[in-house]
Design a protein around this ligand. Structure first.
Ligand code: SF4
Length: 417
């Protein structure tokens, strides 16, 4: 882990104690009093595995997927049945993997969740471009899905070949999206690929809106140590120029920036499974964030099914947060939305932001990372770039290390970050 990341962690959490994850866990998850709770479901199957992709996934077969969904339904029942009544939640997101491969069983999963939760802000689901056909979209819509996110990565053949992806049939996709409409149609792209120019990225974004998107997500390429892909990331200066130009282009076009990486063309279009205050995750590798703990399920599909068959939660590791650690986690993800209201912080923690991190926020304003408008902090273009840059460090220092271990061990004893 880099010295910079360690020092930043010690400074912000006011302790030398690392983030410590251990093998113990709660059988009854304490979510009853959590406000702004979201749900996430992980479906780890893909038709083929992309070399650059760090997520927990495995090659699809109908039998494996069915057995996994049976285990998923058991986990939902285990978590939900330990609480009385229905808990109000914000949104439900399906990620993966390629959850659209399980289109025939999505309604079963939603029904199982709705026995214990009342979903108030819609249901989102990720698709591979190959899944964008009328038949699949109709099944998803009938199941209650209101937002979809399509992992395009790039429409341009040169980047598709770098990423090992096949060509996208944009006209077939566009026809299917016209026939079956969703509140949000998001398309994901990767930026900072070797040699990628502003014009390349701009043409991808223009093509996305022409093809039927009303929201785009532009994720930076991150070179995880455990992925077999050989793509070299772009240098810092080039990346900053590209990010600033593409952000300026999107804002000039009248798009709204809803988070560091996402822009939308209509106000109701939103797709983010990351910016919720608390969430419950179901499925292998899914994470759960509650008031004072964060837990992560096993990455092993076999062990996941084994644990739920014994009526036990498939939790692999849990961290019990100190208050400062939880605050840092909260601030990190709130700032991802490029907006932070100190009043929300005070409601969540019962203490004013200025008392806990007044100096850091004054420093961020002085450095030009944040600007205060009517009491609310907004991230500047400069702040967004440095957030991006730090996020890269954070991902490599924390997520890369943790996922690297969890891919090899279903239930590690302890991980310190
Ligand atoms: S990028 Fe998407 S399709 Fe490719 S392996 Fe990852 S989850 Fe599967």
């Amino acid at each position: 882990m880099s010295l910079l990341t360690t020092l930043t962690r010690m400074w912000l959490t006011r302790t030398t104690k690392p983030f410590t994850f251990t093998a113990e866990y709660d059988e009854k998850l304490p979510y009853a009093d959590c406000e702004g709770l979201g749900l996430y479901v992980h479906i780890p199957f893909c038709r083929s595995l992309c070399a650059f992709c760090p997520y927990c996934k495995t090659v699809y077969t109908r039998e494996k997927c069915d057995a996994y969904i049976d285990a998923l339904l058991r986990e939902i029942e285990l978590v939900g049945s330990r609480h009385e009544g229905k808990k109000k939640v914000t949104s439900l997101y399906f990620g993966g993997g390629t959850p659209a491969l399980a289109a025939d069983r999505i309604s079963e999963i939603i029904n199982a969740l709705e026995r214990h939760f009342e979903i108030t802000e819609g249901i989102g689901l990720e698709l591979h471009p190959d899944n964008v056909n009328t038949e699949t979209l109709k099944k998803l819509k009938a199941a209650g899905v209101t937002k979809i996110s399509i992992g395009i990565q790039s429409f341009l053949p040169k980047y598709q070949s770098i990423l090992g992806r096949a060509a996208v049939d944009a006209s077939a996709m566009s026809a299917a999206l016209r026939e079956v409409e969703f509140e949000t149609v998001s398309m994901d792209f990767i930026f900072a690929l070797p040699g990628q120019t502003f014009d390349d990225l701009r043409s991808d974004i223009e093509r996305a809106f022409e093809t039927g998107a009303n929201h785009v997500a532009i994720y930076p390429f991150i070179d995880f140590t455990f992925t077999p892909g050989k793509v070299k990331p772009m240098g810092k200066r080039q990346k900053r120029e590209l990010l600033d130009r593409i952000t300026g282009y999107c804002l000039d076009k009248g798009l709204t920036r809803d988070s560091i990486w996402t822009f939308s063309s209509v106000s109701g279009a939103k797709y983010s499974s990351m910016t919720r205050d608390n969430f419950l995750g179901f499925g292998c590798s899914a994470t759960t964030l509650l008031k004072d703990q964060f837990k992560i399920n096993t990455f092993s599909v076999g062990e996941y099914e084994g644990r739920t068959a014994e009526d036990k939660l498939p939790t692999s590791l849990t961290i019990r947060f100190t208050q400062r650690q939880r605050m840092i986690y909260y601030l990190f993800w709130k700032l991802y939305s490029t907006r932070l209201d100190p009043a929300d912080f005070e409601v969540f923690f019962g203490e004013p932001l200025r008392k806990k991190y007044g100096m850091e926020f004054r420093l961020a304003e002085w450095l030009g990372f944040l600007r205060r408008e009517k009491g609310v902090y907004r991230m500047t273009l400069k702040g967004a770039f440095y957030y991006h840059h730090y996020e890269n460090f954070y991902t490599l220092a924390y997520i890369d290390k943790m996922w690297g271990i969890m891919r090899k061990q279903a239930f590690p004893e302890r991980i310190e970050l």
